[in-house]
Design a protein. Structure first.
Length: 605
């Protein structure tokens, strides 16, 4: 109920009470009983009259009406206030809602800011970490750039890396108990026989000719690594070379090859290189050949190798197994009987580019070599085969009367051999053991002694000789400074008796009567033509060599390597026995030699 309704109800109730009171007063006056005279004084004291009462009521009503108006005004004021309060409340509620919304937004903003701050902090931490890594990387790159500028490991030219690694300067000597006249390089099958003039003299040579210059070029593409390699030394002589005053020994080509190694594992190379028959340290890769650690440039008897033109194709299977094949430059080494009715080659043509002081065989086809290599996790293992194709022209009527070239024909013979080897480490790679060998018919050229490949029958046809070469190696690496090696190896060629023993190699009829007699020097050569033995026509049976040596590194680091080497070698050369000789009833002869080599080398880094 509103205040206005309550005021109207109060007014009606007041009017009703007033009217009822007036009626009650009038009725009382009309019906009042007559009082006793003794009551007269009491009647005179009656209350106000009706008019006074009505007037009083009217006054009261007017007063009440004013109060009602006041109440009505108050009610109206209160209604206005209430409305204002309601409006204010609504506004306050709206303000509260807006404030809540703002608070929610602020909370969201705070949450977002918190997340942003957290992310920012994380980013800052990452940035700090990245910055630290970047600083380290920049420092590293700066050091590498500084090193590349001040101490470059290689030179760079149009995207190609050039490196002189493999180059060294050498000062070397050799002393022999029996003179050979070879210089630093030893001709194994020319070891002087026991009673020869050279066998009674010693010799000493000092030289820097084994100093080596090398240059390797690498160019990398997305799917292929291209490599070129050149290597040379001064172990060659020209017509002006001598030891008289200024030597003038000439540069020679040791290696000169190019290779393309594809990411698929295929490898193609060609040029002057080590033969595929040469042992390698990794797969069948050029440049990883492992050579005896000797100072002698002829290496070691029994070492299987050539260094010649070759075209090679190889495939790598997971860096564990390799297979390859090559076609290589051929050359035949004849020995034993030599009938006059055939020709196998010629001396170098003076109008060409071959050495006119050397003989070259006519070759029908290149030597073919196939090889597999495995590195199963312990050591390096190899197996290979060689095919050779010998070729000459025969004149069956050369001894007829009259002599004639009629009926001349070409003779072709195939030879070949099989070889293999391994090299394995022990004692945490401080010891390495190796064994390598080759056996076959007509493969003597691949042994380090360059013993004979073939001989001839009486009719001039070719007969390949049975040969084998083998080398055992023990290598010790006690410290980073020391490298010690022990080698024992040999090259052997078997007897080959043809035509009832009258032709071939290692004949029993060979005249050995002068093997124990020192021959006089040649009168045509004077003091520079020492005598060998007397008549001693036996063929070489084998050459054996034992070697012990070491290399000591005074320095090995970023500036290269400076080292000293010492080597001792003992040689034993044996001839097949023949006939005659009072001190050699079986006709045998031999030569022995002791050699000491020294080397001081500085290797470029």
């Amino acid at each position: 109920m509103t205040h206005r309704s309550k005021a109207l109800a109060t007014l009606v109730l007041t009017l009703s009470v007033t009217a009822g009171y007036a009626q009650s007063a009038a009725g009382s006056a009309d019906t009042a009983p007559q009082t006793h005279p003794h009551h007269k004084r009491h009647v005179e004291k009656r209350g106000p009259s009706v008019e006074d009462q009505i007037q009083a009521l009217q006054n009261q009503m007017q007063q009440q009406a004013g109060e009602i108006e006041n109440l009505k005004q108050q009610l109206s004021d209160r209604d206005a206030q209430l409305q204002q309060a309601q409006q204010a409340a609504q506004q306050a509620q709206q303000a509260a809602q807006q404030a809540q919304s703002a608070a929610n937004q602020e909370q969201q903003t705070v949450t977002a800011n918190t997340t942003a701050v957290s992310n920012l902090q994380s980013s800052v931490d990452d940035l700090k970490s990245s910055t630290s890594a970047a600083v380290v990387e920049v420092r590293k790159q700066t050091e590498e750039v500084k090193k590349a500028v001040e101490n470059p490991d290689a030179l760079h030219y149009k995207g190609i890396t050039l490196s002189p690694a493999g180059s060294f300067l050498a000062a070397e000597t050799v002393w022999r108990s029996n003179a050979t006249g070879d210089g630093l390089n030893t001709h194994f099958t020319a070891i002087p026989l026991e009673y020869s003039g050279e066998g009674q003299l010693t010799e000493f040579h000092a030289t820097g000719r084994q100093s080596r210059l090398a240059l390797k070029a690498d160019g990398k593409l997305d799917n292929v690594d291209m490599t070129g390699y050149y290597e040379t030394d001064f172990l060659s002589a020209g017509v002006t070379s001598n030891n008289n005053q200024s030597n003038s020994y000439t540069l020679r080509m040791r290696q000169l090859w190019a290779r393309a190694a594809f990411n698929s594992g295929w490898n193609i190379s060609g040029g002057q290189m080590w033969s595929l028959a040469t042992e390698t340290t990794h797969g069948l890769d050029n440049g990883t050949e492992i050579l005896p650690g000797t100072i002698d440039p002829q290496y070691e008897a029994g070492f299987v190798w050539t260094r010649q033109y070759g075209f090679r194709v190889a495939k790598d299977f997971g860096n564990r197994f390799w297979i390859g094949a090559s076609a290589e430059n051929p050359q035949a080494l004849p020995g034993g009987s030599n009938p006059a009715d055939e020709t196998i080659g010629a001396a170098g043509d003076t109008g060409g580019l071959l050495n006119n002081q050397a003989n070259y065989t006519f070759n029908r086809a290149p030597d073919l070599i196939a090889k597999i290599a495995a590195e199963p996790g312990w050591g390096h293992w190899e197996l290979f085969g060689i095919s050779r194709f010998f070729y000459n022209r025969i004149y069956p009527n050369a001894t007829a009367t009259p002599a004639s070239s009629a009926g001349a024909y070409n003779d072709t013979v195939t030879g070949g051999g099989i070889g293999g080897g391994f090299r394995v480490p022990f004692a945490s790679k401080k010891i390495s053991l190796g064994l390598k060998g080759l056996y076959g018919d007509g493969v003597g050229r691949y042994g380090s002694s360059t013993i004979a490949d073939i001989t001839f029958r009486k009719d001039g046809t070719i007969s390949p000789l049975h040969t084998w070469s083998a080398l055992s190696t023990v290598e010790l690496f006690p410290t980073n400074r020391w490298y010690i090696y022990l080698n024992y190896g040999g090259d052997y060629v078997g007897r080959d008796l043809q035509d009832g023993g009258t032709d071939g190699y290692g004949l029993y009829t060979a005249n050995m009567s002068g093997c124990d007699t020192e021959a006089l020097p040649s009168s045509s050569g004077g003091e520079y033509a020492p005598g060998g033995t007397g008549t001693c026509s036996g063929n070489t049976k084998d050459v054996q060599e034992f070697t012990a040596g070491y290399w000591y590194n005074f320095y090995k680091g970023p500036k290269g390597m400076f080292r000293y080497g010492l080597q001792y070698s003992w040689f034993d050369r044996n001839l097949w026995s023949g006939s005659g000789g009072p001190l050699n009833p079986n006709g045998g002869a031999y030569g022995k030699d002791n050699m000491v080599f020294t080397s001081m080398r500085y290797y470029l880094p």
